[in-house]
Design a protein. Structure first.
Lengths: 509, 484
């Protein structure tokens, strides 16, 4: 019996395979390495895996100026994929650094004796979810799309719940599992309808079938498209599919939240842009409007809900919903400028999102209780570097010219105007104005309130583990790197936009 | 050193200084000295720029240009015109005096404080030198960030409300400006201010103007002003009213009037009305104000109105007078706020009912406050008189009644300023004024006397500014040509 196997471009898949391999090694640590060495060994495999993946992704970016599908049309080897992977793996590296000191979380109820029990599994899951996302951004047909979505989602469900000593962690994992599965099911159902209407699974094939068979207005196709949009919106936590976001972001260990808030968004938005422009170019009048409306709702709900929050992780969660709205403005245009805007925006965004949660993690460790606006009092003066970094991150979110967030916002507004949607520019401007109140509220809490207002005794989380607090050198390095990216992207706009432009040239725009 | 890099140095030197101060773990004294050194270097570089500037040539000078992001036509483009040169000078001089004041009073957390002051200097100079719309916008916003923290951390008891109000007001304006910037730039295909064409869009004009009238501010957009000016530390109030407010007025001149000639004439009457209302209303509020800083704050509102009157008169005299008045009033209000701070330090209050009789035994304070006060009420021969006269003459050419309203405003200025002087210096001695309250110390004199000296120099030779802002063209033709 001869089995017909397709030709596989192993190099094109190498970043994903490297990370999967590293995940296996990290998982083996959990079994084979004695507990006291697990943390360092697991972190080593994670670091090595992400570094190797990063090198391979950069190599692929350089080596793939003409995008094409590999593995029998299942996966795109092009610069859009490669640049997405570069961003993802950079965040993964930073998350590794954060995880070494801050996994599991530092809640007061936590059992310090068992701190290292599941640390190797954490790194294995981190690598596995990153591999899934790296595969997701390059998915070229409906099957790989769904497969990779479940791949990284399942890893994330477990990561949310991994810290069962932490209050709310298990709940967060369960919530995410249920809502996320619902989203995945919606996506799957939509994909099935699209397949039913077109008889194709590959993105190119769908577009071809829609064009040649004049299926643009086909009810089955439109319904399938709508369900796919809903399913993908769950993953990028865009309103009105955002309900899980604040609870999960708040309950999950902060390291995991930092990873989810930046990486999941990168993967989901880049993939959505690709699916929409590659598979449904004929239906742009539909999905363009759909995403413009979802963007508007996200901006409204995210910003207004954040105004009344007291818990900093919840504020940042709602801010993540609002940020998804800004990026969806770029996505909804479906233009080359929109693609550049989205890709550029993701770079400072992912840095600021990761960095801001990392700083929350540092404060959590100091206090041993959830970080609220109240107990941020005096933080800016006690930890000058982290305080200034937080300052830069929230101002980058707000689009003030202290970082690339400013240029990113400018770009998405330019894309919306270029598309003829002045109203969307106005919506974005008003949303920014509302968002200033809570972003500045964080700065106010850190700097303008005296430390005497602090209601809790600092050092709770650390005191339980006994002895002097271990230095947070790795966290500082990770935050410093995020700060450098966030600020550097303001000055290096041209080179980054060139990268984004080359990446976007892989899409049929 | 090329002339263009001199322009860039004026922006980036203080920003680099801020980073240096944040990174170096210096003592309080060393930090303040270093910041002051940077401020003086800034003044030095500005004098160098002034001597190299060629007033017999029209158009942009000492420019520098580099690509920022080319696909949308955004560049780093800086340069100076005559009038922007004077405003840069105002910025560096006032900022140096205010940094010195912060050093003198020994602000807490010196590294944060002086770093932010230098950052503010760089951003403000950037506003006056940018020749690219997005760059202008970036600096315009960037001014807000240090101001927010400076008021919020070192301000008075009600500082938190004041900062929220201040930021929300100004950001509401500037975000509408961002929308206008995007639309203007994409329509024109370039964001360059020199190359960019004139536009006839009234919506865009209003988008820009709303940012500028809030920053200036003009009635009825001045809601943030009384709180911010009262709650900020005195040297920050001096910066706000002396320099930051002028950025709004500068924006009207450089962008709104220049790039939108048709909407400017369409809305001229409306804006002149707002300006006249600000002048009268601000003056009346200043007259009714129960405290030192309140008087100066509302008089700044009135003066912004007067300057806007000159700008939107659209005549040669109006433009010349407006630029002169921006500089003169910037120096006057900065000196007055610093003197307010000096008085508050001695008496713990600025309220008139608790002050009085401070002239006795404090000749230096009395002389300086008197001198600045008299210049500020535009006594003939003073620099403020020259500016106000030019503005009134300019707006008279537009229609006589604008000048009549302006003249009423000047009478009111005399009323509130004389009230301020007598309430602080004369009358019966107030309960908070104790004998131990000293006269101005040498350090304080060193801050205020130079400002007053510049004012006196301008009184002697106001044409130094009014004839050297738009030379060699007439102001209206320079504006009409878009400062090409």
């Amino acid at each position: 019996v001869s089995l017909n196997t397709p030709h596989i471009d192993w190099f094109g898949l190498s970043p994903v395979l490297t990370l999967t391999g590293a995940a296996f090694l990290a998982l083996l640590c959990a079994v084979l390495v004695p507990r006291r060495h697990r943390r360092i060994t697991g972190a080593f495999f994670s670091f090595a895996g992400f570094t190797a993946g990063l090198v391979l992704a950069i190599w692929l970016y350089v080596d793939s100026p003409n995008g094409h599908t590999i593995a029998a049309g299942a996966f795109y080897r092009d610069r859009w994929t490669a640049l997405g992977q570069i961003i993802l793996f950079s965040v993964g590296l930073a998350t590794t650094l954060l995880g070494v000191e801050h996994m599991p979380g530092w809640g007061r109820g936590a059992d310090r004796e068992r701190r290292d029990d599941h640390i190797a599994e954490f790194f294995a899951l981190l690598l596995a979810s990153a591999a899934g996302m790296a595969f997701f951004v390059g998915a070229a047909n409906l099957i790989t799309l769904f497969l990779s979505l479940e791949w990284f989602s399942i890893a994330l469900y477990v990561m949310c719940a991994i810290d069962y000593d932490l209050e709310g962690s298990l709940e967060a994992g369960l919530k995410y599992l249920i809502v996320g599965s619902f989203g995945a099911a919606t996506l799957l159902f939509g994909s099935a309808l699209v397949y039913g209407a077109t008889g194709q699974v590959s993105f190119d094939g769908i577009a071809h079938a829609i064009a040649t068979q004049e299926l643009t207005g086909n009810a089955l196709l439109v319904l399938g498209l709508a369900l796919m949009i809903a399913g993908l919106s769950f993953k990028m936590s865009a309103a009105p599919f955002h309900m899980w976001t604040p609870d999960v972001y708040e309950g999950a260990p902060t390291t995991v939240t930092a990873w989810m808030s930046s990486a999941t968004k990168v993967a989901a938005l880049l993939l959505t842009f690709r699916v929409m422009t590659t598979a449904f170019p004929q239906n742009q009048h539909l999905w363009g409007w759909a995403f413009a409306i979802i963007a508007t709702i996200s901006l409204a709900i995210g910003n207004f809900a954040a105004l009344v929050q007291k818990n900093v992780k919840r504020i940042l969660a709602y801010s993540a919903i609002a940020q998804a709205g800004f990026m969806l403005i770029g996505l909804s245009t479906g233009s080359a400028l929109g693609a550049r805007a989205l890709m550029y925006y993701l770079i400072p965004y992912s840095a600021a999102a990761f960095g801001s949660f990392a700083i929350v993690a540092a404060r959590e460790r100091e206090l041993g209780v959830p970080v609220t606006l109240e107990n941020l009092a005096g933080f800016g003066w006690e930890r000058p570097f982290l305080g200034v970094a937080m300052w830069f991150f929230v101002f980058a979110f707000a689009g003030l010219p202290l970082g690339g967030g400013f240029v990113g916002k400018f770009y998405v507004f330019a894309a919306a105007y270029d598309h003829g949607w002045v109203w969307l520019v106005i919506v974005g401007v008003l949303a920014t104005l509302v968002s200033l109140y809570y972003y500045l509220g964080i700065v106010r809490a850190m700097y303008m309130r005296p430390a005497e207002e602090l209601q809790v005794q600092p050092g709770g989380g650390v005191a339980v583990s006994g002895g002097a607090p271990a230095p947070e050198a790795l966290l500082q390095v990770a935050v410093g790197a995020a700060l450098a990216v966030s600020v550097g992207s303001l000055f290096a706009v041209e080179p980054l936009i060139d990268l984004a432009k080359h990446a976007a040239s892989a899409l049929p725009l | 050193m090329s002339a263009g890099s001199l322009t860039s140095i004026l922006i980036w030197l203080p920003i680099g200084g801020a980073l240096l101060i944040w990174l170096l773990p210096l003592s309080r004294y060393a930090t303040g000295s270093l910041a002051l050194l940077f401020s003086f270097a800034e003044v030095g570089f500005w004098i160098e720029q002034l001597t190299r500037f060629d007033f017999s040539r029209s158009g942009l000078q000492m420019s520098e240009r580099a690509n920022w992001f080319g696909d949308l036509g955004v560049s780093y483009h800086v340069g100076v015109y005559g009038f922007s040169l004077w405003l840069v000078g105002l910025t560096v001089v006032v900022m140096a005096a205010c940094t010195g004041y912060g050093f003198w009073v020994g602000r807490d957390r010196p590294r944060a404080y002086f770093g932010l002051m230098l950052l503010l200097t760089g951003a403000t100079v950037g506003v006056f030198e940018s020749q690219d719309l997005l760059l202008f916008y970036a600096f315009f916003e960037a001014m807000l960030i240090p101001l927010y923290v400076l008021i919020g951390v070192w301000g008075g008891a009600r500082r938190l409300e004041a900062t929220v109000k201040f930021v929300i007001y100004t950001m509401a304006g500037s975000l509408l400006m961002l929308a206008a910037v995007v639309v203007y730039g994409l329509q024109a295909g370039t964001f360059d201010l020199v190359d960019g064409p004139a536009s006839a869009s009234r919506w865009l004009f209003l988008g820009f103007m709303v940012a500028f009238v809030i920053k200036a501010p003009l009635f009825p957009f001045h809601g943030w002003l009384p709180d911010a000016y009262r709650e900020a530390p005195p040297e920050i109030s001096a910066v706000l009213s002396g320099v930051i407010a002028k950025a709004g007025l500068y924006g009207m001149l450089r962008i709104a009037i220049t790039k939108f000639p048709e909407p400017t004439s369409f809305y001229r009457t409306a804006i002149l009305t707002l300006a006249a209302a600000s002048l009268i209303y601000g003056s009346l509020l200043a007259f009714r104000s129960p405290d030192f800083r309140g008087v100066v704050a509302y008089s700044s509102l009135a003066q912004s109105g007067l300057i806007a009157l000159g700008l939107f008169a659209g005549t040669d005299l109006g433009f010349d007078g407006a630029v002169l008045q921006m500089v003169a009033h910037g120096l006057v209000s900065a000196s007055l706020f610093l003197l307010a701070g000096v008085v508050e330090r001695r008496t713990t209050t600025g309220e008139f009912r608790l002050l009085g009789g401070m002239a006795r035994g404090r000749p230096a304070l009395a002389t300086l406050l008197m001198t600045v006060g008299v210049i500020s009420l535009a006594v003939p021969g003073s620099s403020m008189f020259a500016g106000e006269f030019l503005i009134l003459a300019g707006v008279f050419q537009r229609a006589w009644f604008w000048a009549a309203i302006g003249a009423v405003g000047i009478v009111l200025a005399a009323m509130y300023m004389l009230r301020l002087i007598s309430a602080v210096l004369h009358e019966a001695r107030g309960p908070t004024v104790v004998d131990e309250a000293l006269d101005l110390r040498p350090g304080e004199l060193a801050l205020v006397v130079p400002l007053v000296g510049v004012l006196l120099a301008l009184s002697v030779w106001p044409a130094g500014i009014s004839h050297h802002s738009f030379a060699p063209d007439s102001p209206t033709s320079a504006v009409r040509s878009g400062f090409k």
